[in-house]
Design a protein around this ligand. Sequence first.
Ligand SMILES: [Zn+2]
Length: 422
Amino acid sequence: MKLPILLITLVAMVAAKSAPGRMAARYDHFRIYQLTIETNLQMEELKKIHEHISVHFLNELGAVGNKYNVIVGPLFHRALEKTLKFLEIVYEVIVDDLQKLIDESSVGDDSQMEWETYHTLDTIYDWIDQECAAHDFLECKVIGQSYEGRDIKSIRLSKRSGNKAIFLEGNIHAMEWISSATVTFLLNQLINSEDPEMQRLSEEYDWIVVPMVNPDGFVYTHEVERLWRKNRRPNGYRNESGDCYGIDMNRNFDYHWGGAGWNIDEPCDHWFGGEEPNTEVEIISLQNFVSSFEDGYIRSYMAYHAYGQYVLLPYGHSNTEFPPNYEQMKRIAAAFSDAAADVYGSTFTYGASGLLNYVVSGAAKDWAYGVKKIPFTCTVELRDKGTFGFFLPSNQITEVGLEVTAGLKALVNKAAEEGIFD
Ligand SMILES: [Zn+2]
């Protein structure tokens, strides 16, 4: 089994003794190194680096020519740098003290929902309940419980019958806090904004939102391990540090499942896609919920993730096979990208995920497109491009919300022009 999880466990154990705070695991003086991998040989060696250095990969290793971020503790800085020099891998220390970054992107005033800090699950859910109680046009439903028994809540906004629907999915990956922050920002805009264009979008379309697909993992990132990605079901495997937990739920959907993806078959690693598709109760609940609506009602499915600034289109499982309406989806994604960039200059790259990132299967957008026949689906990878990565400072939440709002307006209008809602 892999070392990264062992590292996390060791860190957690040390941290629990030295700094009993809100978060058990601490990352004082842990660095994030950004490596530019230029050759296949470098990639092959990087994949084996954990055999002698404790590293936590923040990105799946995929194509040569990309940059990859790794977390390394102070004990291993010198060994890593020596190895990188030996392999002639170009690197940069982009974060010198990860704990500082985690502190700057932590939960601030959690007394009520707003979008200037990150919030806990309880505050997010309380806000949803309040909005639901206040507005007749919202229908709120618990679509199922997580493995540890937490509610998975949904909100459907519908102001008029006969509308087609747009589905927004949030925080399937636990550590990607900006995801649920952005999805709730969008929902708040749809419910409460006085912007006439936003009001029109909330009149003319139904919106179905599941802001927190992975509540167990999310709570775990708040209370124990900020770097957690998967859900929290013991997956039946063990390694040197004990039982292994969780499935990468965005690798567990039943469409070309299990075909590809780095370490998708490593049960103790962050990207384990499960023994078979549809093993996770959270994913089954989400799929059943999507399937509970009549065919043709949901016309767009968007899953919000971090990070990298991409609009990733189907397919993930191949970089040679493309969806029938791929060119159309690209035009719609381009509208998002152009409009989002107009706000603060953030550029979103768009295209098939198998082409842009790496070939990986079992993701929600591919299932929604391939199985549910929803004609525009995507994964939106939010800010940034790697400077802060998963630890985006909370003072950027509102900016992300505003640029994505602008992108979404343009996307929906372009999709309408393209006949997606017909
Ligand atoms: Zn993600």
